[in-house]
Design a protein around this ligand. Sequence first.
Ligand SMILES: C[S@@+](CC[C@H](N)C(=O)[O-])C[C@H]1O[C@@H](n2cnc3c(N)ncnc32)[C@H](O)[C@@H]1O
Length: 311
Amino acid sequence: MTTEEPEPAGHRPVMVKEVLEYLACQPGHVIVDATIGRAGHAAAILERISPGGRLIGIDRDPEAIERAKKRFAGQPVELIHDNHARLEAILDELGLDAVDGVLIDCGPSLEQLTTARRGFSFGRDGPLDMRMNPDQETTAADLVNELPASELARILKEYGGERRAQRIAEAIATARQQQPITTTAQLAATITAAIPPRARPRRLHAATKSFMALRIAVNDELGALRKALDAAIHRTRTHGRIVVLTYQSLEGGETKGAFRRARASSKCPPLPSDERPRVRILTKRAVKPSAEECRENPRARSAILRAAERL
Ligand SMILES: C[S@@+](CC[C@H](N)C(=O)[O-])C[C@H]1O[C@@H](n2cnc3c(N)ncnc32)[C@H](O)[C@@H]1O
């Protein structure tokens, strides 16, 4: 049985009831939690698949893996410090041809976002880092100080939807000629100064979108999600489930796209020679958290759950 450790405020796993319902896990199942984080979902899943089940927990953040190792000591949980972009290879290495379900809870953890030394936050001064995996070479400071302004502008626009991407990128290019930008506070101040006071968003910090865009680029979040989704679709057994929680539209788009590409069409059923894995999309409409959950857990507000069943 899992030891139920109370989650600190703000670290609550999102839509646990819905995740369990769509994963449809049962005793004896083999489930992959491809983003174990603080292991809130993992603990709930482990309870459902016990006895006889096996949980594979993956995270690219070694701190998450170390914490989960302590929490699940002596339980049927394998914890792997890796990028879920390698899900197919990870399953090969574990000798697992197929699993009963895969959960992907996208993006960074609240812990990463709120720990100053991890360098994700414009609100907490720290080194301009943003790596989910500190073993990775490229940091946000590398991108900010080394990329051409045009490439920076593309990242801010494409991944952050920042309307003033060009202007911000030029301000960064000017500022870094004086001295390298090495802290989150320096970057936040440079971005804020690039936007005229009247044009600054009222509810968001002026640097919100740019910080999100850089984080997505540093961690190649969308590339990793695409690969993990493909692997999940390939390696989930018939009637197994794939459940994805996303928090912004680009992640949502990747998930919808992957499910749609694998969707079995009633007009055009697969030919016997077609070996591509097929799915049935279970969430015709994206599933959102209840108003009560959004009140209790602000992180849940932007969450959308999508699920598919392997055919
Ligand atoms: C939103 S949190 C997961 C929270 C978790 N479901 C829980 O119940 O606590 C996302 C986690 O996924 C990890 N992560 C993000 N992208 C990853 C990737 N490509 N490979 C492995 N882990 C990843 C992050 O390091 C973070 O710990």
